[in-house]
Design a protein around this ligand. Structure first.
Ligand code: DON
Length: 196
């Protein structure tokens, strides 16, 4: 069997008519709740972990601290960071992207968008570029390898507790450039950009 990541998955699709799909789907933790619905092969998630079981305490997998607004209550949906994204420019499709990564997803997607829109990178560079994450609590700045040691030193001098992380997210992105579809899978993992 090919490698199967235990992570949330994102895929981006654009068809020949310019229809776009951006999908992030998750069991939350690896194998979710560990329970398969009888006779279906469908694994059930453990999304209850995205509620705040105890305000002020971090949740299981993702060290995300939340308050009473995300408490477990009837008819409530738990918090989600998943950000499947479709961007239009002047009413026309510009980009389709998203990522796994729990609480890092929101800024992973934003960082790639800033690289595309403000720094005018091509899609492969924008997806490959080193990323960073700070979620207030825990009070630490995580940076991927690739930031200059000078920058890291300056951040430490400003009082940040900087940690180098192996990998942040797994972006799958498509950009429409002059009528061309340009796709990029994340070089951090084993995804692929495919045209049919
Ligand atoms: O909805 C959420 O934000 C989380 N359940 C996503 C979990 C996730 O991305 C874990 N894998 N990387």
């Amino acid at each position: 069997m090919p490698h199967e990541s235990p992570q949330t998955t994102h895929y981006s699709i654009v068809d020949i008519d310019g229809n776009a799909v951006s999908v992030t789907y998750t069991l939350n933790g690896s194998y979710g709740s560990g329970v398969t619905a009888s006779g279906t092969g469908v694994l059930l998630n453990n999304e209850m972990d995205d509620f705040s079981a105890k305000p002020g305490a971090p949740n299981g997998g993702q060290m995300s601290y939340q308050g009473d607004a995300n408490a477990i209550r009837p008819h409530k949906t738990p918090l989600s960071s998943m950000s499947p994204t479709i961007v239009l420019r002047d009413g026309r499709l510009f980009a389709v992207l998203g990522s796994p990564g729990g609480p890092t997803i929101i800024n992973t997607v934003l960082e790639v968008l800033v690289d595309l829109v403000d720094f005018k990178m091509n899609v492969a560079d924008a997806v490959a570029w080193p990323r960073f994450h700070h979620q207030w609590l825990p009070d630490r700045l995580q940076v991927e390898r690739g930031f200059s040691p000078d920058t890291v030193e300056q951040l430490k001098l400003l009082g940040h507790q900087v940690e180098v992380t192996a990998q942040q997210g797994e972006v799958a992105a498509i950009v429409i450039n002059d009528g061309w579809l340009e796709g990029a899978a994340d070089p951090r993992t084993e995804g692929e950009a495919k045209g049919y």
